[in-house]
Design a protein around this ligand. Sequence first.
Ligand SMILES: NC(=O)C1=CN([C@@H]2O[C@H](COP(=O)(O)OP(=O)(O)OC[C@H]3O[C@@H](n4cnc5c(N)ncnc54)[C@H](OP(=O)(O)O)[C@@H]3O)[C@@H](O)[C@H]2O)C=CC1
Ligand SMILES: CC(=O)N[C@@H](CCC(=O)OP(=O)(O)O)C(=O)O
Length: 345
Amino acid sequence: MKVGIIGATGYGGAELYRILLNHPKVENCILYSSSEANTLYTDSFPHLSEISNHVLQGIDIEEIKKNIDVLFLATPAGVSAEITPKLINSNVKIIDLSGDLRIKNRADYEKWYKREAVEQPVLDEAIYGLPELNREEIKKAKLIANPGCFPTATILGLAPIVQGNIIKESSIIVDAKSGVSGAGRGSSRATSYSEINENMKIYKVHEHQHVPEIEQALKRLNESVEAISFSTHLIPMTRGIMSTIYADLKRDITDEELHEFYKQFYKESPFVRVRPLNQYPATKEVYGSNFCDIAVKVDERTKRVTIVSVIDNLMKGAAGQAVQNFNIINGFEENTGLYLAPLFP
Ligand SMILES: NC(=O)C1=CN([C@@H]2O[C@H](COP(=O)(O)OP(=O)(O)OC[C@H]3O[C@@H](n4cnc5c(N)ncnc54)[C@H](OP(=O)(O)O)[C@@H]3O)[C@@H](O)[C@H]2O)C=CC1
Ligand SMILES: CC(=O)N[C@@H](CCC(=O)OP(=O)(O)O)C(=O)O
């Protein structure tokens, strides 16, 4: 396959490149840049010296239509809204890592992302690319809205109990933490070393753009879900997301039953590892891999459940999941090029 990456000079783009370089079905990878065309990729990423001899290309829609089978967009919000409509009637399949195509309701997108939404017919074509919940739809898709990092960890942590009608839908509380690579490569004061080292910050309180994405996905599993409480924290590490989730139980259930229910729910999903009872995943245990590791525990005293879900934000939270979707839309084994053990320690 001939693939293209727009936004190759960012973190998501570099992670896509790292995976696709070793993907047995990828014959050629063209890397595009809006600001660094005609320079060597290794000027942006010296760690790829003697691995990549790619020259970054300017973005030319007609050239993409001719030369690319699958295009990855690893670009900030707003870019896909411009590029995707121009390719929608071509043969190019698109996997968009940004939030532009994830939220079906345009008014919701505009409220939470504070920018104009893509036109409705394009949104209607986009399939939400969370394979563990949507595999059959993804198989037929031409346009994939790759999920956000926090939504991936959170939705996978909640899906079994939400669909299984085990918790009170109005009681969901999500306490999520992310490493700083989640904010992208562009520098900002909030992610500068001196501001994040030995520090921990809550941010976007009650206004994080991932709230409507998570609620939309949970509502598809159980229409009684309304609003969730969701808070995000920046912590001093490079990669990793941990979503710790709390909810009130509707009925009595034991740890063993709940654990077995999760195991069954994800039995066909190669990238979800439901941990043994009383073993809780840490972010480093999925570092550099496409795994989402989940642990569940019932609190007998409060009649609540605690769920812990961890991913690597650049892998299962972005590029790894995008390649998982690439495999599914092309009929390849879901884990092709992705069967990577986590880097540890
Ligand atoms: N980082 C993460 O963990 C996750 C990121 N995402 C989403 O994935 C997308 C990429 O994120 P990330 O790689 O972290 O971001 P980065 O900021 O690291 O990279 C984004 C890249 O987009 C390119 N770009 C910027 N403006 C334009 C434009 N107008 N037209 C075309 N290309 C442009 C830039 O490359 P150049 O200047 O060379 O064109 C830049 O390198 C974002 O939408 C992000 O929200 C989703 C899940 C997780
Ligand atoms: C640490 C950090 O800043 N993370 C980003 C997540 C970026 C992302 O995934 O954004 P989209 O899903 O909107 O594309 C944030 O919280 O906004």
